[in-house]
Design a protein around this ligand. Sequence first.
Ligand code: CUK
Ligand code: CUA
Ligand code: CA
Length: 650
Amino acid sequence: MSDATINPGSEMPDPSRRKFLNTAALAGLAGAGLSVGLSACNKEAPPAASAPAAPAPAAAPAAAHAGHNPHLAPGELDTYYGLWSGGHTGDFRVLGLPSGREIHRVPCFAPDALVGWGITNESKAVMGTKPDGSLKYTVADTHHTHASYKDGNYDGRYAWINDKINSRIARIRLDYFICDKITELPNVQGFHGIFPDKRDPVDPAINYTTRVFCGAEFHIPLPNDGRDLESPEKYRTLFSCVDAETMEVRWQVLIDGNCDLAATSYDGKLAATNQYNTEGGFRYEGMMSSERDSCLFFNIARIEQAVKDGKFKTYGTSKVPVVDGTKEANADPKTALTAYVSVPKNPHGVNASPDGKYFICAGKLSPTATVIELAKVLEWFDGNLPELDKAIVAEVEIGLGPLHTAFDGRGNAYTTLFLDSQIVKWNVDAAIKFHAGDKAVQYVVDRLDVHYQPGHINASQSETMFADGQWLAVGCKFSKDRFLPVGPLHAETEQLVDISGEKMVLVADHPVRPEPHDFIIFKRELLSPKQVYNLDDFPNATKDMKEAGIFREGKKVTVRITSQAPAFEPREFKLKVGDEVTVILTNLDKVEDLTHGFAIPKYNVNFICNPQETKSVTFKADKPGVYWCYCTHFCHALHLEMRSRMIVEA
Ligand code: CUK
Ligand code: CUA
Ligand code: CA
């Protein structure tokens, strides 16, 4: 069992609160809407009812410090990119850091009125449609985004993001910052954790990402087609592997328990997911009935060999091979595909340290962090570690409600404490020594109050071998008094922390639209986006203004339009009621930042077209009259004059 005594070196005001919480206490806590943490932060907040018209200054202004300045002069560029999940807006956001400026949003899973995502034929093809041509889904819930690797660092090719609601994974091309593929995972629900691999487990030449792993939280009948509704013992979940290039699902693993977050090792050999519901509970009481759950490891090479050897089954209409990763089938380490390392009560988050040695699980309902040594997990798979839990090299108390961990590349970990509303900075090697019996070691280095109730945390380059220990961002779930009030829905607070010194220094607050969850931060040199498209990449492009015009085949009409500021070509086109119309717009402008928009009143059409890009929409001409198709994106002094007259004859 764990060593859950108080670390003497840490400054903990009330040690009694930090004893391992028992199940009854936790049940009360969950039932009362996390009352422990919220009441704690209420104390700091000005009383809402008596708040003056101008809100009181926020609780903890940034201390003056000699460290980094997050404020950039006008025209100065940020030094880091931040890729942020959009939460239940279903998009992917790009921030510049340290300024915290939101530069871009990439629509993925849900329609977007600026881009015309969900309106254009091209975006509908990526998003998926029903037989009648309408979108299959219009809602999403993104949590996690991670980017592709090469040699242990980001290579600027792709990022991926999950949709928890409909179990979809989207890929974002980082050259154009567009979503180019979406895959729906078969036979799973509550797809949550996601992580790309960092190299191939077998082929040393493949030192870059070729797989993306996806964990699913909810257990369901397999297949979920109406069978076994009242046979909960048959409900299961699967861990999935998606091909980074084709975006097809390569294989899945049937497991015991569930999947929450995901992590991968730098040697490509292991992936893991933390499991909070090893009990298979249906209600929170059941899900927190055990004192320990698991961090479940996957032996990638063995799983792929099993698939090759035909040792799999399939479920329902899915052709994806599913191997057996349940505990019972994997008791022999020498042939096991999976390994269930035990971790305390309902862990959340599993994070790989930048030195490649450890995965760290945060305890959530236990005030601990568990450090698992990957070399020992591999030893177990080789049959050389008698007891799998011997791979746990530290399990130390860090504070209440630990959720996610980031790293500075100097041996320190930074974990969010949801209930304590803090970040705790702790030293991994010191924690290992403490766990081994040296109780004089002080592993907690610093604590910082954040505002309020932090979830995800990440540091610059933290998820690479090149963690640089400069900046840390933390996503706080409650903003309360931090921003001007705007009615019942509060923004969330993204806080920026300077971690270049021994002490953490809070330097900025930013409001953010709910609820991003996870993000990554990396050096700007790692990306070199293109700012003008290549006309040749679009098979339906109209390459010359002279090729623009209207082309009719019976009731099917194609209107080829070009844009070149400040005019569309043709300037007018005639349709008949009942026509099935496809408008294909090519933006012939070659100048960077010269984007045009194309809106058709009363036809629910609006989209933008970037330099040298081609997009199309298809609709039925069902309303006679005159409709001014106009440019929605300010492009020229004659932007308002940039129109084409659509005439629909009765
Ligand atoms: S989960 Cu949100 S705070 Cu979806 Cu990554 Cu931990
Ligand atoms: Cu073209 Cu505005
Ligand atoms: Ca549990």
